[in-house]
Design a protein around this ligand. Structure first.
Ligand code: ADP
Length: 489
């Protein structure tokens, strides 16, 4: 194999073959000869040639047939025709047969060198072109593979990713971003302000593009009642900002946890510290002998006891909440006779209701037994009834109903108390949330009762609803699916 090129000379005239060989060998080429078309074919099949010089008039296999064959089976070999008569016709025939060039007989060594050099140059050019094309195809394939890989990586991310170009048009987004931002299917190439319905996020990205800020920054944003940590970073190429990318991390749970933590700390400082301070104060009064007589001493002790009871209630609520939170909570599911339990709890609270002169009416329909843990249903109803007494007015009333409503068993507690402002109705089920106004200021509580109720209801796949009575007061309705007879909780 010769680096400069391999040439095959095909001519039935031995002098031509030998002459050409001599001249081309001096050029540093590898040269072989064949005296007819068949021999040429055999040699081409065996060895690798870059250029073939073919006389058109050959015995056995004609020059035209050889050119034909070369054209179809070895298109990389450059064919050059040696024509017997220097005529226009023979040149046309040669090119028609697929020859790249032709050289008329008789020719000088210079003419031969020139035509072979040109032919080989063409061959190297074609070879280089093929190489470049192959490389390009390989690169394109690599790019498309990389793109597919990148796309599937971005799409499998839990965080939302949205990329915009310099002019603020959407160029990429993943599944999570589509879900979070409620993006339509065809938002690619559209201005983000048209498709992203969150002003804070679009302003974050716009500020990077307009102010050419090269620093990433984060901000908390809220979409559909959920909290996200939005991070906006510029896409920089060659020192120039060519776009911006936003990532959205769902921090709803963290946010709620942090809110609950603040509410808990707030509650501890108020609800534990202040009753303890008051109890200390009462005990000081007794120790210093300030109470005048036994009646006054008893009064002070009674007051301290009320505060101690509030504290115990708080601890009980916290323990119940912790019990609900715990995954390991063991529930003993038994068919419970709800009306019976309701009557027992009402009886237990009768004195408390009477203290405020509150009338408790119970209307119980016959309902099927439901599969529940007894403690859960007692805790649920106790919290509702305690609130109905606590937030009721003196001389008010409470109506309790149990009935079947469609697929559910409905437990309803109505009171004639102070009612709940509409803006607080969603939030009263949150941990530690308490309505703060003139009417509730003196009523002790932990803000945990209803969150415990909500958890129990959720455990049994039920629902809880709060309404206000037209004449003042609240209505709490709990719906427990009757299909829970036998459900796993
Ligand atoms: P707590 O009663 O210990 O404060 P809850 O979680 O039971 O905590 O209730 C949360 C808040 O909802 C209460 O602080 C109160 O403002 C309001 N609330 C609950 N039940 C009633 C009711 N029956 N009438 C009026 N307000 C109520």
């Amino acid at each position: 194999m010769n680096k400069k090129g391999n040439v095959l000379v095909v001519d039935d005239e031995v002098s031509i073959c030998e002459g050409c060989k001599k001249i081309l060998l001096k050029e540093g080429l590898y040269v072989d000869t064949a005296k007819d078309g068949l021999e040429a074919k055999e040699k081409i099949e065996r060895e690798k040639f870059d250029l073939v010089l073919v006389d058109l008039k050959l015995p056995q296999l004609s020059g035209e047939d050889l050119l034909h064959w070369l054209h179809s089976s070895n298109p990389d070999i450059v064919p050059v025709v040696i024509t017997g008569y220097p005529s226009f016709n023979s040149a046309v025939t040669a090119v028609k047969e697929g020859a790249y060039d032709y050289i008329p007989k008789p020719f000088t060594s210079g003419e031969l060198r020139k035509v072979v050099r040109r032919g080989l140059e063409r061959k190297w050019l074609i070879q280089e072109m093929h190489r470049l094309r192959e490389e390009q195809e390989k690169n394109l394939k690599l790019i498309s593979q990389e793109r597919t890989k990148l796309k599937s990586v971005i799409n499998s991310m839990g965080d939302g990713v949205l990329v915009v170009n310099k002019s603020g048009k959407v160029v990429l987004y993943n599944c999570a971003a589509r879900q979070i931002l409620n993006l339509q299917d065809n938002c690619l190439d559209k201005p983000m302000k048209e498709v992203v319905k969150n002003d804070t996020l679009t302003e974050m990205l716009t500020s990077l593009l307009i102010k050419q800020k090269k620093m990433a920054f984060s901000q908390e944003i809220h979409i559909d009642n959920r909290s996200y940590l939005a991070n906006a970073s510029p896409v920089v190429d060659d020192g120039e900002i060519i776009g911006a990318v936003a990532s959205l991390k769902d921090i709803t749970k963290l946010r709620r946890f942090s809110d609950t933590k603040s509410a808990f700390l707030n509650m501890v400082s108020h609800e534990i510290r202040s009753p303890l301070g008051i109890i200390e104060g009462y005990l000081d009064l007794i120790l210093k002998g300030i109470a005048k007589d036994e009646a006054q001493t008893k009064d002070i002790i009674r007051r301290a006891r009320v505060r101690a009871q509030t504290l115990r209630q708080l601890v009980d609520d916290l323990l119940n909440l912790a019990r609900m939170e715990s995954e390991k909570v063991k529930r003993e599911l038994v068919p419970v006779d709800l009306p019976k339990i309701i009557l027992e709890v009402v009886e237990f609270y009768r004195d408390k209701a009477e203290e405020k002169n509150i009338k408790v009416n119970v209307s119980l329909e016959k309902v099927p037994a439901i599969l529940m843990d007894r403690n859960d249903i007692i805790l649920l109803f106790t919290n509702l009834l305690e609130n109905a007494i606590k937030y009721n007015v003196k001389g008010g009333s409470i109506n309790i109903y149990i009935k079947e409503e469609g697929p559910d068993l409905c437990l309803r507690v109505e009171d004639t108390g102070i009612g709940i402002p509409p803006e607080s109705r969603e939030r009263i089920f949150d941990e530690f949330y308490r309505v703060k106004n003139e009417k509730t200021r003196r009523i002790p509580g932990t803000g945990l009762g209803l969150s415990i109720v909500r958890r129990i209801v959720k455990t049994y796949q039920g629902k809880i609803k709060v309404d206000s009575r037209k004449k003042g007061g609240s209505i709490f309705s709990v719906y427990l699916p009757l299909r829970n007879f036998g459900v796993e909780v």
